[in-house]
Write a new protein. Structure first.
Length: 162
């Protein structure tokens, strides 16, 4: 089965994106999307020699749920900050987050998650891949914010990326 679907997650994502971009579900659209979803990963397989092993079970679904919840909550928090506090009251900080993730894909997923959450943005990864530079819009306690990122996102990503 690996020869037909060298990267099953990529195939599923390509099919979903194709159907979403078509903006309607038709048999022809699904057939064309399926062809792309089967051909493109097969064609790009040589560019993914050390593909990371991922678990797409409960850990992945829990991670998605936490990220979606955090995005919704952070939107309200940032709106409240901007509407009800003066700019001089904001405690913007640069955070240096030590990371234990080893694969570039896991580090990218962590940085993307942080950037997706309103109020924080990943700015840089150290050359050795052991630290992530994050800007937080309002962080009263730097150590607590770093610990929150590590516990909430990094620990879950370590369970997803084997």
């Amino acid at each position: 089965m690996r020869w037909l679907l060298p990267h099953p997650a990529l195939s599923a994502m390509l099919l979903a994106v194709w159907v979403l971009m078509a903006n309607e579900v038709t048999v022809g659209g699904i057939v064309v999307g399926t062809v792309f979803a089967l051909v493109l990963p097969k064609f790009t397989q040589p560019f993914w020699p050390d593909r990371p092993q991922m678990r797409f079970g409960r850990a992945f679904l829990a991670y998605l749920a936490i990220v979606l919840f955090d995005i919704i909550v952070a939107n309200f928090q940032v709106a409240a900050l901007l509407l009800f506090r003066r700019n001089r009251d904001l405690r913007a900080r640069w955070l240096i987050v030590p990371i234990a993730l080893t694969t570039p894909e896991a580090i990218t997923m962590l940085a993307g998650t942080i950037s997706l959450t309103p109020g924080t943005i990943s700015a840089d990864v150290s050359a050795d891949g052991r630290f992530l530079l994050v800007h937080a819009l309002d962080a009263a306690d730097e150590a607590a914010e770093v610990a929150r990122i590590k516990a909430r996102y990094e620990a879950r990503l370590r369970r997803i990326f084997v």
